[in-house]
Design a protein around this ligand. Structure first.
Ligand SMILES: *Cc1c(COP(=O)(O)O)cnc(C)c1O
Length: 360
């Protein structure tokens, strides 16, 4: 790939703030970003340029009809001082899945990979080496064609920006979250865009999130549109842990987004490292097993936090269910420790899970 570099003069470059406090999540920006345009059926002018505003026509179709998709991944510094991407191939693959789902152009995975590696190479001083910190990678694509007709746009921008990030839960899991199981709101339906990371799914989830907050809950655990089966949390896949330590994840269907940590949990299970499986989970059965104590832990799998333990569920009829004793369980803690060990290179990860950022 022939990338054009427009690098800021050293004297104008900002630096990663030096602080003992945990970095915020998602607030900081590095000096540069990767950008390229799609025009006349091809991706053109790949470039690394100073981070700054885009020029966009008011008629840009992303602003009206929502052709916007994104990804989220992390890079880590290992003890040898080198930076490694963690499972970024999964994100490249999923971006193309989202692109197909929203009639947007795909980008070869190797091209996406190289864009991130080259950008991170330029910004290597921004990868924090504090505990539980990472360089968060946010690739995204949106329609820029200036047209008011409803159809797939013919012009797009693909961009990768970086954000040095601290732990999602500074100081560790201080508490398990409370989820609202809603029969009123749905995140996605079969035949829609639920398997894709698109802006519209998030816009549609905001009022449900507000509704959950108003009921003293942290997030919504969504059901399928028929209110029969568990699906996922708005930003995480759901899991529960059975008495024998098996993680159970709802079967991926066409309204659940496949989270990288839950895919990883299933792969680790196939290697015999942990116990995990998928099945269709009926709400009724789930509630009975919570009550009987057959379910001992629950949580969410997602790249941002790796795992978010769930302590209790609330239903709209006012009923309440506690998971175990409502505290963070050992299987959840162990998975977190093991997974972050893989990310940081403390434990040898399966073949291909980590990719070193070359010094170009
Ligand atoms: C991003 C996202 C997840 C988590 O996926 P990761 O691969 O862990 O980032 C789960 N559910 C939805 C709906 C998402 O958008």
């Amino acid at each position: 790939m022939n990338i054009r570099y427009e690098i800021l003069d050293k004297s104008l470059q900002r630096k990663l703030p030096k602080t003992d406090k945990p970095l915020p999540f998602g607030q900081l920006r590095t000096n540069h970003m990767f950008v390229m345009n799609y025009k006349d059926g091809a991706w053109v002018d790949p470039r690394i340029v100073p981070y700054g505003p885009f020029e966009l026509m008011p008629g840009a179709m992303c602003l009206h009809y929502g052709q916007t998709i994104f990804e989220g991944a992390k890079a880590f510094i290992h003890d040898n001082g080198e930076i490694y991407l963690f499972r970024y191939d999964k994100n490249c693959n999923r971006l193309n899945h989202s692109a197909r789902n929203l009639c947007m152009p795909e980008i070869p995975e190797s091209f996406q990979m190289e864009a991130a590696l080259r950008l991170i190479d330029i910004e290597r001083d921004w990868c924090p080496d504090m505990p539980e910190s990472s360089l968060y990678i946010r690739p995204f694509m949106f329609a820029t064609q200036d047209s008011l007709g409803v159809k797939p746009a013919s012009e797009y921008i693909y961009c990768v920006m970086l954000s040095p990030a601290g732990p999602y839960y500074p100081g560790g899991f201080s508490r398990a979250v409370r989820l609202l199981i809603s029969k009123k709101y749905h995140r996605a339906v079969s035949g829609g865009t639920g398997t894709s990371k698109c802006g519209g799914n998030y816009a549609a989830s905001l009022q449900a999130q507000q509704y959950a907050k108003d009921r003293g809950c942290d997030q919504v655990l969504y059901l399928d549109a028929g209110n029969e089966f568990l699906e996922e949390v708005g930003t995480m896949n759901h899991y529960h842990v059975e008495k024998d330590g098996t993680f159970v994840i709802p079967t991926f269907n066409d309204s659940i987004l496949k989270s990288v940590p839950s895919q990883s949990a299933l792969e680790l299970a196939s290697l015999g490292i942990i116990k995990a499986r998928q099945e269709d989970i009926r709400l009724d059965d789930f509630l009975l097993k919570l009550k009987s104590g057959e379910i001992i832990e629950a949580g969410g799998f997602g790249t941002a936090a790796v795992v978010s333990p769930v302590g209790s569920y609330a239903l709209e009829d006012g009923s309440e269910y506690t998971v175990g004793n409502g505290e963070v369980g050992e299987h959840t803690r162990n998975f977190y420790a093991y997974y972050t060990g893989l990310q940081l290179g403390k434990t040898q990860a399966p073949e291909g899970w980590v990719v070193k950022v070359p010094r170009y």
